[in-house]
Design a protein around this ligand. Structure first.
Ligand code: FAD
Length: 415
């Protein structure tokens, strides 16, 4: 729902449709933890006072900056806001939709381990190795990173509230109203760090609705074993597609299709190549073009795992099919390949729907970014996007968090 309906009502009044018991609960909570004066910033309720489903709508808090999302980008931003002297809660808060620390890493498939990820860069101020045993390379990323982020939030006493889902952000005069499923927050600026995991992308192909097998996205993948005995069509030419193809092709038959021939690159992905790739993506977002993934401009580094796949013939690729039939996929020449499963490794988009009321997009759909590292939205400088476009990597997210915190506090004259 794209609506800031509550704006017409006093923030201190519970909504009319809240049952009396809850109204009393709200009143008690307000008295206990929320300063309702119009000028004094408020302290949010404790993170888990009630089950997550308990209604708290109608309470409006006040702070200077809301960071939305507590993945790598959001935590980096929060760290820098605190370092710049903003007091937790009164100066900034972090709202995170996930049930636990770890950003999207907590949802990644079990076989993604510290040895199979590209590289997870340390957050500012604390090393991954300080929180987890990084020599145990077989440890799941979905275990190690959440452990690291939890230790990080605690060590720096970051005011992270979860699970809190931000539904919409609206502009009201010189303030931004952040409406969530738990409470609403009035702020002077936001740093949006909602990542891409919540916005999986599946391209539309004719016939998808009549397919009787199973279709799933990278996001839904857990283990190759569930596909044993089935023929799996894997769609996509990125790193995730190749990793999942590697795993699945070891236990069952596969067909791999990509829109373009994948571009493999020889040699390690050094810092210079990384910088060049980031620059290309940055130029795109500065022009308001949709960001492309960094890998899409760098190519896929050839690892020993990819060499082994080549050697066993698992990297044979077909061009994209033209439509989907009941039990398979079909190419323009009429060739049909049977499929029990279509696995769409077709990437993600930035999860920005909650910002729709701010009308940040240009008529052609893009968002023009500005600022030192292109984190600031040109149309509304109170809004920064981190982990977006050129900063959609752990190292990019670190830098973007720092740039956004510095620029936004400067713009709002908070330091
Ligand atoms: P996320 O980690 O996705 O965090 C976003 C947070 O925002 C989440 O906690 C989410 O719950 C919250 N959120 C979303 N919407 C809302 C909302 N409306 N309200 C409140 N909260 C919300 N990068 C690397 O550098 N190295 C790698 O090895 C690597 N491997 C990857 C593997 C996979 C399979 C994928 C998909 C990506 C990988 N990446 C890797 C890219 C990686 O996603 C980023 O590097 C980084 O972890 C993203 O951090 P983030 O903070 O931007 O987003």
């Amino acid at each position: 729902m794209v609506d800031c309906w509550w704006n017409v009502r006093s923030a201190s009044e519970p909504p009319d449709d809240v049952p009396f018991a809850h109204r009393r609960q709200l009143a008690l909570r307000r008295r206990a933890s929320v300063d309702t004066s119009s000028t004094v910033p408020m302290t949010p309720p404790p993170p888990e006072p009630d089950p997550p489903s308990a209604p708290t709508a109608g309470i409006r808090l006040k702070t200077d900056i809301v960071v939305i999302g507590a993945g790598q980008a959001g935590l980096s931003a929060a760290y820098h806001l605190k370092r710049l002297g903003l007091p937790p809660n009164r100066g900034f808060i972090v709202l995170d939709h996930s049930p636990a620390p770890g950003g999207a890493w907590q949802f990644r498939w079990p076989s993604l381990t510290l040895s199979t990820v590209n590289r997870i860069h340390d957050l500012p101020g604390m090393r991954l190795a300080d929180a987890v045993d990084t020599h145990a390379t077989e440890v799941q990323a979905a275990v190690a990173v959440p452990q690291y982020f939890a230790a990080y939030e605690k060590a720096f006493e970051l005011p992270v509230y979860r699970p809190v889902h931000v539904n919409v952000v609206c502009s009201r005069g010189d303030r931004l109203i952040v409406e969530s499923d738990r409470f609403d927050v009035s702020a002077r600026g936001i740093i949006n760090a909602t990542g891409t995991w919540e916005a999986p992308y599946i391209p539309q192909y004719p016939g998808a609705n009549r397919f009787v097998g199973r279709q799933l996205h990278t996001k839904d993948y857990r283990t190759a074993e569930e596909f044993v005995g089935q023929h799996v069509v894997i769609v996509g030419g990125g790193i995730s597609a190749i990793q999942l193809l590697d795993e699945i092709s070891r236990v069952t038959s596969t067909t791999w299709v990509t829109r373009r021939p994948p571009e493999f690159r020889d040699g390690p992905f050094d810092e210079e190549a990384g910088r060049a790739a980031v620059k290309l993506v940055e130029e795109r977002v500065r022009r308001g073009l949709p960001p492309r993934s960094v890998v899409s401009v760098t190519g896929i580094p050839i690892t020993p795992a990819i060499e082994a796949m080549r050697a066993r013939g698992a990297l044979k690729r077909l061009p994209m099919f033209s439509d989907i039939v009941e039990d398979g996929v079909r190419w323009p020449d009429g060739t049909v390949v049977h499929a029990d499963v279509i696995l769409w490794c077709t990437g993600f988009r930035s999860a920005l729907d909650h910002l729709a009321p701010l009308q940040l997009r240009e008529p052609d759909g893009g968002i023009i970014m500005t600022g030192r590292l292109a984190t600031q939205v040109a149309k509304d400088p109170r809004v920064h996007l981190v982990g977006y476009g050129p900063s959609a990597s752990t190292i990019g997210a670190n830098r973007a968090g720092s740039a956004a915190a510095g620029e936004l506090t400067g713009f709002l004259a908070l330091r």
